[in-house]
Design a protein around this ligand. Structure first.
Ligand code: NAP
Length: 525
């Protein structure tokens, strides 16, 4: 498939007029054709105008029509075939198997949202019928459902070029909610973005939807991204990336005359607690498995285990020895972009240069450009507690082991942590009391608490939470993965004493959609 290097605004392909962005193959540092001239404020304006014009029609589509659209997007992405995987490989340095898996996840999540839309539970229909004879005051007829917020801006993530980019989780959940979407493509993979953007365009056309349901803009975050978040027709935004970028955009979203929800997923070091009995019983196996998780995707996962916390002693020594051996044998891996590689190197140099930190092991040096060497470092709990800098995320395959004097100090470390996407307990039955004592702290700190697993690998399902307190995300109440992500783009509306003829179908007396509803405090349907 020939790439055109154009913005996709509604059904049009439009030539940008700013400096062209070119993807760089991180494995060779070669720049890739075509160039993608960036968009301007006028392009943002046009995309927002179309999205706003599409909003009322799109949000009123039937559950079936919207679900069929999400399935059509998945079908269109699959029909691109190998071209998509090949382009994503050269733009990201990620291996074929990972990208095939990611395409499966992307299409799977679009289909999960189709199922969610059809089921209709997200409408959260509540009916409190009138009680005209109630004393001392009668009750009005009150009916509630959720409606879409409005057009949503999505910032594609660098580290998931498919599953968290143009048709990724933010886009799928916003479209499922009934919101048109305008994507600001990540500049690291514009060709992949164009291919997926065209699949979305084709699905919009095939399903007969208004063209403004989807647009894709290329260009700089400072021009295109900020203009999008400022536009009064944008009613929410989703972002995955750096803490500084997320906070800058969040600030803009909150400073608008009409502030809007800005869902940023930013920074998490995903602590792993090795509880004493588990560490004693299987320190070596834990050390080996931990490095497997640390090295996944060159550590470029938001759920990468960047912190290990354990009580020092012979069992931790066995863990460290096994982990060090695995780290030293780890091959260097190409990172996503030269910028991300530089940020990784800077982070490792800062960590290694901290006089409270000692180097435990480094992985093998790479021969090509932008290759990340795995790193394992250690610090005492006292030093960790005294230095906020040791909590900074090093995005890549580096982790810090915090050595505690006892279980009480381990709890102190847990208490001082910032908000996290995940917290992991490695534990045996004899650790139950220690785990029980930690749990209230971990619930306050993390969105997902795992036992005897590793945080990398996020299932896309109904019960998943990929979120957590700041700085893991900017809104601790939500998840960006799984079907509950739809709630980020909805708000409740209550209809009081509205005649049946005026009510939306899902609220009508005879329940034509056959949805389960909460009627006078009881589940019905
Ligand atoms: P990024 O620099 O935050 O960029 C993400 C997106 O936001 C890009 O589209 C970028 O636009 C835009 N942007 C950034 N700062 C902005 C600002 N001040 N105003 C408007 N738009 C802005 O993230 P990245 O490029 O993916 O990676 C950089 C670093 O982010 C990594 O080294 C890593 O530390 C961190 N990161 C963390 C996670 C995580 O899950 N925790 C994931 C990915 C990255 P441009 O096109 O202009 O750059």
């Amino acid at each position: 498939m020939t790439l055109e290097g154009k913005l996709l605004i509604g059904q049009q392909a439009v030539e940008g007029s700013r400096v062209a962005i070119r993807a760089i193959n991180p494995a060779t540092n070669e720049s890739l054709e075509p160039g993608y001239p960036g968009g301007t404020q006028a392009d943002v304006e046009r995309a927002c105008e179309l999205a706003w014009a599409a909003f009322d029609d799109y949000r009123h589509t039937s559950l079936e029509a919207r679900a069929a659209f999400l399935e059509a997007v998945a079908d269109e992405i699959e029909s691109i075939g190998d071209d998509l995987i090949e382009r994503a490989m050269v733009e990201t340095g990620l291996p074929q198997a990972r990208l095939l898996g990611e395409r499966g996840r992307t299409c799977g999540q679009l289909r999960l949202f189709a199922r969610t839309v059809r089921a209709g539970e997200w409408l959260d229909v509540r009916v409190d019928p009138a009680l005209p004879d109630r004393q001392p005051l009668p009750r009005a007829d009150l009916r509630q459902r959720h409606v879409a917020l409005g057009p949503v801006a999505v910032f594609g993530a660098s580290n998931f070029p498919l599953a968290f980019s143009v048709a990724g989780g933010d886009t799928a959940s916003a479209l499922a909610a009934g919101c048109p979407v305008i994507v600001k493509a990540h500049s690291a993979h514009p060709g992949t973005s164009e291919l997926v953007g065209r699949a979305l365009q084709a699905a919009v056309k095939k399903c007969g939807l208004p063209e403004g349901v989807f647009s894709l803009l290329f260009g700089s975050g400072r021009e295109v991204g900020q203009a999008l978040v400022k536009d009064s027709r944008i009613k929410a935004a989703g972002f995955t990336g750096s803490r500084s970028g997320g906070l800058a955009l969040w600030q803009i979203a909150q400073s608008r005359p009409e502030p809007i929800p800005f869902y940023a997923e930013m920074s998490s070091i995903n602590p792993v607690f090795l509880l004493p009995a588990a560490l004693n019983a299987r320190g070596q196996a834990l050390g080996e498995a931990f490095v497997g998780s640390l090295n996944m995707g060159a550590g470029q996962f938001c759920t990468n285990p960047g912190l290990v916390i354990a009580v020092k002693g012979a069992a931790l020594d066995a863990f460290m020895a096994a982990a060090a051996e695995e780290v030293e044998a780890s091959a260097a891996q190409t990172m996503l972009t030269p910028g991300i590689f530089e940020a990784y190197e800077d982070g490792v140099v800062t960590l290694a240069g901290n006089d409270r930190v000692r180097e435990v092991a480094r992985g093998r040096k790479g021969e090509g450009p932008n290759q990340c060497r795995t790193g394992l470092f250690a610090a005492s709990a006292q030093d960790f507690l005294a230095s906020e800098a040791l909590q900074a995320e090093v995005f890549g395959a580096t982790s810090l082991v915090v050595e505690c004097s006892g279980v009480a100090e381990l709890a102190k470390v847990a208490e001082c942590l910032e908000g996290q996407l995940t917290a992991t307990l490695q534990m045996d039955d004899a650790d139950l009391d220690a785990a029980r004592a930690l749990l209230p702290t971990l619930e306050r700190k993390a969105g997902r608490i795992l036992v005897n697993g590793w945080p990398t690998g996020v299932e896309v399902c109904d019960a998943m939470v990929h979120g957590g307190p700041f700085p893991a995300t900017s809104d601790t109440r939500t998840t960006s993965v799984g079907s509950a992500a739809i709630f980020r783009f909805l708000r409740p509306v209550c209809y009081q004493d509205m005649p049946d003829a005026l009510l939306p179908d899902v609220l009508k007396a005879h329940n034509p959609e056959g949805l389960e509803r909460l009627v006078d405090g009881r589940r019905e349907g």
